[in-house]
Write a protein that binds this ligand. Structure first.
Ligand code: HAM
Length: 416
């Protein structure tokens, strides 16, 4: 047997209904908030993520699936969708059609991480991005969409955390203060943190090493170093969230693991998920469109892990499967008529199944039971002679003969 690749999963019948439900709710909500769907390729040039996600991130340094294709090009499986969305926005000059562009996409992402519950090598995201809007009201609106998605799926035990990481003007001062506060403690931090101090000091806040935590807890907070415009912007975001009654908490350590963030960052944490508790995360990235060769347009968005949304779903939240009919054939004549009826039911929009191998009545009824058919339509010699079909309610066991011409409508009424 050849098994699936480590960190990847088949989504089997029984589980897939939950995915369809999450995707349906997400799509409907995105539409309600004015987002239109975009689909970008799973493969991109490696440099898109080196420049976009950032050369100092764990994603680019350790986790990308990159290969040289037969034409000698360096190609990566996308580890996240934001750089692809920005590339498409720039490549197709989408800003020329509309001043504000609101896009969403859903699909697989790839990161070579150590698999555990909620963390996979192929996983799926709903990704939402807005380009060309600066007002803090859009930050609050994007957060509202994220929060409404979680609430709309009935995930009650969740928490919204927010932060502001400042901009190119104020962040250097914060980084300086951070390194100054670390001072003599720096050599006592883990190897990763020592590397981060040189490449991207903010990332030290991401450290999960137990022994480092007391030192990190004493470090300064980015919100205390914001320049005036960033501080005003963040105040505007918080005020709008309050006005909408969306509960938030500031997390000073929410710097996020990607290089492009400016100002607002946020995550929704699921309380039932264990170690990998971020259901979704996002933030503002005001320089990324320009860095990737586009016009000077700001951006903000988030991505939700579909696996994590599915994991956090309350029990029994997916819609029941539609009621089905099962056609039972007795004898050769019955079979020919049953096959005709089977297609008629389907053409009329009713889900219907039939045993196509020649089997006895008992075996066919057993199959109808296993498929949890709501009704059985029995077509045999007797029925044919009378121009009727026997309609059986599989829940009550009640049976009645229905004239052949009215059988599809009678089935529809029982399946409703
Ligand atoms: P991210 O925080 O790297 O952000 O990922 C967003 C979400 O994807 C996470 O909160 C988690 O639910 C899910 N996720 C990430 N990695 C894995 C994994 N290995 N297995 C399962 N789920 C995972 C981004 O990707 C940014 N592009 C979000 C964004 C959009 N920022 C602005 N716009």
């Amino acid at each position: 047997m050849i098994s699936s690749v480590k960190g990847t999963h088949d989504i089997l019948p029984g589980e897939v209904e939950k995915w369809q439900y999450v995707e349906r709710v997400a799509r409907e909500l995105c539409g309600r908030y004015g987002y239109v769907e975009i689909r970008t390729p799973v493969i991109e040039r490696e440099e898109l993520f080196v420049k976009g996600t950032g050369g100092t991130t764990d994603i680019v340094q350790k986790e990308m699936y990159t290969f040289t294709d037969k034409g000698g090009e360096r190609i990566s499986l996308r580890p996240e969708a934001t750089p692809s969305m920005v590339r498409a926005y720039v490549e197709h000059a989408l800003e020329q059609a509309l001043p504000v562009v609101k896009l969403f996409t859903m699909g697989p992402m790839f990161r070579h991480e150590r698999p555990q519950k909620g963390r996979y090598r192929q996983f799926h995201q709903l990704n939402v991005e807005v380009f060309g809007q600066n007002d803090p009201a859009i930050d609050a609106e994007v957060i509202d969409l994220a929060w409404s998605l979680v609430a709309g799926l009935g995930i009650a035990r969740a928490e919204l955390v927010i932060n502001s990481v400042g901009c190119a003007a104020c962040r250097p001062k914060f980084q300086e203060a951070l390194l100054a506060a670390l001072g003599d403690d720096l050599p006592r931090l883990c190897q990763d943190c020592q590397r981060r101090a040189k490449t991207n000091p903010l990332r030290i806040y991401d450290c999960k090493v137990e022994a480092d935590q007391p030192i990190i807890d004493r470090l300064p907070h980015s919100v205390d170093y914001l320049c005036e415009p960033c501080a005003t912007h963040f105040a505007g975001v918080k005020a709008q969230l309050d006005a909408w009654g969306i509960p938030w908490r500031i997390s000073h350590r929410l710097v996020r693991g990607l290089d492009y963030y400016t100002r607002t960052t946020f995550e929704v944490l699921g309380e039932t998920l264990g170690a990998q508790n971020a259901i979704l995360g996002g933030g503002r990235y005001d320089g990324l469109v320009k860095d990737l060769g586009g016009p000077d347009r700001t951006g903000i968005g988030f991505a939700a892990g579909l696996e994590r949304l599915v994991l956090a779903l309350p029990d029994g939240s997916t819609a029941a499967a539609p009621a089905r009919a099962f056609v039972v054939a007795i004898g050769d004549d019955g079979r020919a008529e049953a096959l005709r009826l089977l297609r008629e039911l389907r053409q009329a929009g009713l889900p219907a199944q039939m045993e196509l191998e020649a089997r006895g009545m008992k075996a066919q009824m057993k199959r109808a039971d296993r498929l949890q058919a709501r009704i059985a339509l029995i077509v045999g010699g007797d029925e044919l002679a009378r121009g009727e079909v026997t309609l059986r309610d599989m829940r009550t066991g009640d049976q009645r003969a229905v004239p052949r011409p009215g059988v599809v409508e009678a089935a529809r009424a029982l399946l409703a």
